[in-house]
Design a protein around this ligand. Sequence first.
Ligand code: TA6
Length: 300
Amino acid sequence: MMDLAGLNARFAIQDVLVFKPGPGGLVVAEVENQAASALIALQGAQLMRWTPRGEEPVIWLSGAARFTPGKSIRGGVPVCWPWFGAHASEAGFPAHGYARTVPWEVLATEAPSATQTRLVMRLVETDATRAWWPHDTPVECHITLGETLELELVTRNAGREPVTIGEALHTYFHVGDVERVQVLGLEDGEYLDKVEGFRRKTQSGPVVISGEVDRVYVNNPAACVISDPVLQRRILIDKHGSESTVVWNPWIEKAAKMGDLGDAGYRHMLCVESGNVADNLVDIAPGEQHRLWVSYRVER
Ligand code: TA6
């Protein structure tokens, strides 16, 4: 892993992007351009903050987040890869895959304009990652920061056998009061209700939150909107290469048990995750690649 001096010598962009020691000694990239500011941890290529100019933060980061190497940071955009949720057969393997808890390296940084900054990172494979995942599938995360936030997770199958992955950008959005928001765009969609043993149900009307919600909407390429009357804004969530959307809020009891979500944290966050999970796992043929793309922007 390159040290800070090396990172800044090769990839810093004057007045826009600099690498610094972050909380818990995690290396972070701090980005400030004319349209937005952001903070990205190299561990897990995890965006932790994104705030368009003149806006309230759009991405939520827990005030009680732990910044420990090898542990997932509560909030931001954790990268769930190459599986989502519990591993299909290995109970001891990490939940949501290992991508979010291992170091990623910087491949490129770029300032296409004064209002856009791009950062490209790749997961660093080690014996530990190969023990979890003995496949040759380089994965990159391309982040474009501006008035709109774009994230793209690119998985390439460099092996000789087909591979199947599950994945999600597990994004924590900042909301004024989760009990007062609505998620639009999933109406009539089929979902697995994790709160009721993954029972299959159909969504009627907007998604509203008045208790623990943990739903996997399957076969659903739809864009979503988080309508937030408290912050008086809508967050527009667009996606490509994603057939599943997960909506999650732990609510009071589960939040209290988690220990890193803060006291009333649950009230100010809502996860709307774009990915490919459950019925929508992705088969990648040898030599092929798969791209999962999302964009977030705020409308007043
Ligand atoms: O995406 C929702 C979910 O699968 C929930 O069931 C909950 O486990 C959440 O992810 C957070 O998981 P984590 O491993 O980050 O605590």
